[in-house]
Ligand binder design. Sequence first.
Ligand SMILES: Nc1ncnc2c1ncn2[C@@H]1O[C@H](COP(=O)(O)OP(=O)(O)OP(=O)(O)O)[C@@H](O)[C@H]1O
Ligand SMILES: [Mg+2]
Length: 361
Amino acid sequence: MMNYMTLANLTKKYSRGKGDEIHALDSFNLTVKKGEFVTILGPSGCGKTTALRIIAGFEEQTEGDVFLKGENINHVAPYKRFMPMVFQSYALFPHMNVYENIAYGLRALKKSRDIIRNDVAMACQVVNLVGLEKCYPGELSGGQQQRVALARTLVLKPEMILFDEPLSNLDVKLRIQTRTEIKRVHRMLGITVLYVTHDQSEALSMSDRIVIMNHGRTVQEGTPEEIYNNPINSFVADFIGNANFISAEVEEIEGKRVTIRLQNRIIVVKQENPELSFSEGEEVYLAIKPEATGISSDKADFTGIVDTRSFQGSHTEYKIEFEGSFINIHQSNMGKEIQTYQAGDIINLKFDKDLFHLYKK
Ligand SMILES: Nc1ncnc2c1ncn2[C@@H]1O[C@H](COP(=O)(O)OP(=O)(O)OP(=O)(O)O)[C@@H](O)[C@H]1O
Ligand SMILES: [Mg+2]
């Protein structure tokens, strides 16, 4: 697959107040291949929108280059880049119905009536809006409005679409529905997508590749599986997996085997991250994913004290005091006779140590 779009050392500085400067982007690099669905995932303020606005041409970078199909487009006007952006707010015309909203861009391009009718009908089919063409935006749900915004973009037949947190105004159910809708459109039309979100489950479920961003830079990139299973540092582990962090001391190192001690018992953690090295006696973070921990009936395992319990339907979340920290664990509610525990109960814990990761403090 060829690189459709490349960002090379993109830097954006904003001045703030008296001579203060902030780097919204700090030598940010990114490649997106043709047809790929790439998500930039990062906390508020890390530079996601700034990156999209520079790609679309609404904002000029301080340094660095944007390439589209191998060509430098630093000085190409936004409308010639032909990379529409779909935002969190739908920005539909309230006095126009669905059909007119979707047709608007084609009319501006002076397309013939027949072409407009045909293309709008097609776009309505693709995003499941058939039957709603005569409705006004005020008569539609948030999810339907976002689908109109998507259809309005699709009729223009772009090769690439930029999405900036398009689902964050929707409630959970609609968010998941619209997510599926966007994925379907991506697959069906083979459009290249650059998607921005701070919602890790959105990123994990939709993307071919995720770029984790913080302070205007890439922290890690990889497939959803790679990032979820092997976060490169505690920031990514925390952001992507709701990991629990426990302080521990390195006792011994033998190649990739790092020995730590929990509740006076030796634990060996496989340390396969080539970018990290530890030394004996070093204080580290042990990251434990909620799904790496279970409640055990075996007294030989570890013990913790229940702090709070929260029923979630399919599972129950427990916050457990363990080794001077709190860890969250999920207990499935499938099956019969699941024992429940109350605050203050001492419980036995078992760990799946293959899911343990160590990080620098
Ligand atoms: N026009 C501007 N002038 C000054 N600072 C700006 C401007 N636009 C953005 N910034 C700053 O640049 C940084 C990155 O902003 P950006 O909007 O790209 O973040 P974001 O990752 O999209 O955040 P969010 O998830 O909240 O939308 C922030 O610290 C922000 O305050
Ligand atoms: Mg933003």
